[in-house]
Design a protein around this ligand. Structure first.
Ligand code: C2E
Ligand code: CA
Ligand code: CA
Ligand code: CA
Length: 269
């Protein structure tokens, strides 16, 4: 593990100049992207692993720039965050997702950036979007990363309580990758733990990963939370997660992120 860290640091240092120029380039085009209608939302189904029934979808942002082409979220989302543009884009996305919920009548999960969550008015904004679109909050799940929640646990607790009062569900995204203490789970009203792809990738060959995932699932069960595993890429991944008692699963083996029309067919609509 030590070697990995050293390598990635070196890579980062050498890549700094590229990063800075790329950042400025992306920033320039991102400022106009929303008005130009360059953002699209793809939906990836997640399955109830007991009956292998598609139960809901995760909304994933896509940017196809007219000028620079398709850009991966891992590149442009950090730029949206550090420019603050994520607030406007995030609100647009929530509105679009509300319209999708009305058409598919299934739960939709939305990724919430730390920049959005840190804003005191965030729960109010969510309430307003739901009201404006006439959508029942129980159809919406907010995916918030462990590190975002841990930054200020008391603040997170207050915000989550207000969101829960709207009927909205909350998933801890990238669970297990952030924090060393689990005590905070006691104080936060959450519904799902989302098991990170990094634990799933080698679950069929690495006993350590299997042990970690098993521990997360048992912990969730004891706390009355449900688990979703992401990054299921093979039959082997799927079988092991079923055996371990994971509730829901998501990944290329089950269904890739796709346009709304396609995901409706997957959902049998
Ligand atoms: P995430 O929330 O962990 O989302 C899961 C990522 O894993 C997605 O990448 C998804 O396409 C990818 N994935 C799905 N199945 C598999 C699989 O079987 N194997 C592997 N290796 N990957 C799989 P994507 O769409 O590129 O998004 C990357 C990240 O960007 C997301 O990670 C999330 O943190 C962020 N993101 C995406 N959309 C939004 C958004 O609307 N708002 C915010 N704030 N962040 C977003
Ligand atoms: Ca997510
Ligand atoms: Ca993840
Ligand atoms: Ca290992």
């Amino acid at each position: 593990a030590k070697e990995d860290i050293r390598n990635s640091y070196q890579f980062f240092k050498e890549d700094m100049n590229v990063h800075i120029t790329e950042f400025v380039l992306l920033e320039r085009h991102l400022f106009r992207a929303l008005d130009r209608g360059e953002f699209v939302i793809h939906y990836q189904p997640y399955y109830d692993l007991k009956g292998m029934i598609p139960s809901g979808v995760e909304a994933l942002l896509r940017w196809n720039s007219e000028d620079i082409g398709f850009v991966f979220p891992s590149r442009f989302i950090p730029v949206l965050e550090s420019t603050g543009l994520i607030v406007k884009v995030g609100e647009w996305l929530l509105g679009e997702v509300c319209e999708t919920i009305k058409r598919i009548e299934k739960p939709v999960s939305v990724n919430i950036s730390p920049v959005q969550f840190k804003d005191k008015t965030f729960p109010k904004r969510v309430e307003q979007v739901l009201e404006r679109h006439g959508v029942d909050g129980s159809f919406l799940t907010l995916e918030i990363t462990e590190s975002t929640l841990m930054e200020d646990v008391e603040f997170a607790q207050r915000s989550l309580k207000r969101l829960k009062s709207l009927g909205v569900k909350v998933a801890i995204d990238d669970f297990g990758t952030g924090y060393s203490s689990l005590a905070y789970l006691k104080f936060l009203p959450v519904d799902f733990l989302k098991i990170d792809v990094s634990f799933v990738r080698e679950i069929d060959t690495d006993p350590d990963d299997r042990a970690i995932v098993n521990a997360i699932i048992q912990l969730a069960k004891n706390l009355g939370l449900r688990t979703i595993a992401e990054g299921i890429e093979s039959e082997e991944h799927l079988q092991i997660l079923k055996e371990l008692g994971c509730d829901f699963g998501q990944g290329y083996f089950l269904g890739k992120p796709m346009p709304e029309g396609e995901v409706m067919r997957v959902l049998g609509l």
